[in-house]
Design a protein around this ligand. Structure first.
Ligand code: ATP
Length: 223
């Protein structure tokens, strides 16, 4: 797959949604659908991180998380599973992923989608100041996550925030946009907890994914 290098048309933006996807759920699909429209993305790339992750170990293995993504995304032609972090032998640092995407998509705006929970801790990420040099940061609200940021993050917001999403299409990286997507009160943690307690999280994730979880007997133990 290659980036849009046609000089006569402006390069389209690529949305990037990294995560553990343990499991993928309707909250992920909802933000991807909303942002694909709002930001005019040619595609949204779902990038599952490698297992084990530093500090947060997935319960499902890599193949199971990939299978759940495949089932969930099958009817969304603009949503792509990108396996580059799973295939890499090094830790799933987002900056490495962005640099590798940038080699492929030389001119396209890259929009790194992050929940507010992630923005609040962004200054702990590896080479965090380089992230906004490689991509735009698109922040989505999350239920239960209040928008209080430390001074370092407030400074990042002050320097890079735009309120005009159209500007994200005019440069490849460097802007921070707070998207107004209605947050859904869904998390992978709550889904895993529901299954461990023996209740069915129907409606919180695609039924094909829930069927697979039940077939594989995933998340039956409390974590
Ligand atoms: P967990 O509960 O295990 O921490 P999660 O539900 O946060 O998982 P991840 O795969 O870690 O899911 O999330 C990937 C990205 O999607 C993160 O940036 C996260 O903030 C965002 N995200 C997940 N769920 C939602 C949601 N309901 N609304 C908005 N953003 C979400």
């Amino acid at each position: 797959m290659s980036g849009n290098t046609d000089k006569n048309s402006s390069a389209k933006s690529i949305g990037i949604l990294g995560g553990t996807f343990d499991p993928i759920h309707c909250g992920h699909l909802h933000i991807a659908q909303a942002l694909q429209q709002q930001l005019h993305c040619q595609e949204i790339r779902f990038i599952p991180c490698k297992n084990p992750l530093l500090g947060k170990k997935a319960i499902a293995n890599e193949q199971q998380r990939l299978t759940m993504l495949q089932r969930a995304l099958v009817s969304y032609p603009h949503f792509i599973i990108d396996e580059r972090e799973i295939k890499r032998s090094t830790p799933s640092y987002t900056i490495d992923t962005l640099r590798s995407l940038r080699k492929e998509f030389k001119e396209n705006p890259l929009a790194l989608i992050l929940g507010r929970d992630n923005l609040a801790h962004l200054n702990h990420w590896h080479e965090w100041t380089a992230l906004i040099q490689s991509a735009h940061l698109v922040i989505v609200p999350r239920i239960g996550c209040t928008a209080t940021y430390n001074d370092t993050i407030q400074d990042l917001i002050k320097k890079h925030q735009t309120h005009d999403p159209a500007l994200l299409l005019q440069q490849p990286a460097g802007l921070l946009f707070m998207a107004t997507v209605k947050p859904l009160a869904i998390s992978s943690t709550a889904i895993r907890a529901a299954i461990a307690q023996g209740s069915m999280p129907t409606g919180l994730l695609p039924s094909s994914v829930l069927d697979y979880i039940l077939e594989q007997k995933l998340y039956t133990l409390r974590t």
